[in-house]
Write a protein that binds this ligand. Sequence first.
Ligand code: DGY
Length: 317
Amino acid sequence: EVWNPSGKYRVVSTKSMPGTRWIRLLADNDCRLEICTETKTILSVDDILALIGDRCDVQLTEEWGEVLFSALKRAGGTAFSNMAVGYNNVDVEAANRNGIAVGNTPGVLTETTAELAASLSLAAARRIVEADQFMRAGLYDGWLPHLFVGNLLKGQTVGVIGAGRIGSAYARMMFLKANGEQPVTWKRAATMEDVLREADVISLHPVLDKTTYHLINPERLAIMKKEAVLVNASRGPVIDEVALVEHLKANPMFRVGLDVFEDEPYMKPGLADMKNAVVVPHIASASKWTREGMATLAALNVLGKIKGYPVWGNPNL
Ligand code: DGY
């Protein structure tokens, strides 16, 4: 799909993004916008090389390293924007080596992502998905005192690992939710081990890098409360997912809410069978307002570079 075919700058979007503001922003500002209409979810390196072609000024989204950044440079490219706040899929050093400016889309997804983490916390604590499946299977035959008894969040301790924008928003939401005589405590000053040991609900919001890979490992799972709720809406590899499956099997009262997985789009064997896991397909930022905002920011990032302004969301800053 091509917008403003005679535009001076060639901008390629590897995906169709929500809304129309981002399209207008580029097409009304000297850009020829090409939107890839390929229906497969993940494009291969060859697919992207074909999209870059001989001349491409800027590119939006996908998994990017040396091969693609050097191809973008050869094609005269100057900018790249990830339609996400996390940019673990982007080798920023390779981009810098090739003189390509990199942008991301912070801010607009903070509340949406925190809301999903809060939803997963409640859904896991109150066994909502399990109960929904039970209902749909026609198994409900009357109220029972033991039916789907879960954890009451009021008065519990909530731990946040990674108190950046999203982690802080989550903490605020959970404080409001659980505010009672014993308000939830956001363990800001504690060590990670203290948080894991003491919290009833733990939400993970770190950036994924070498230091946070498998941050939740068998040893750390072992110190958590047997009835804790663990939520991850950051990046899958922050949890050792094989160890998590074993932990879920051994501790049926331990519950997880996961938006992200180690080998996305796949789950590690056994996870899908665990009743004490709520799993959703990386939808933390999936509200209409946020996704349109992310698309607009991604367009602003590349437009900024073209027009000589700093890239708006710049992970180097
Ligand atoms: C992000 O922005 O990093 C999300 O994972 C994509 O929604």
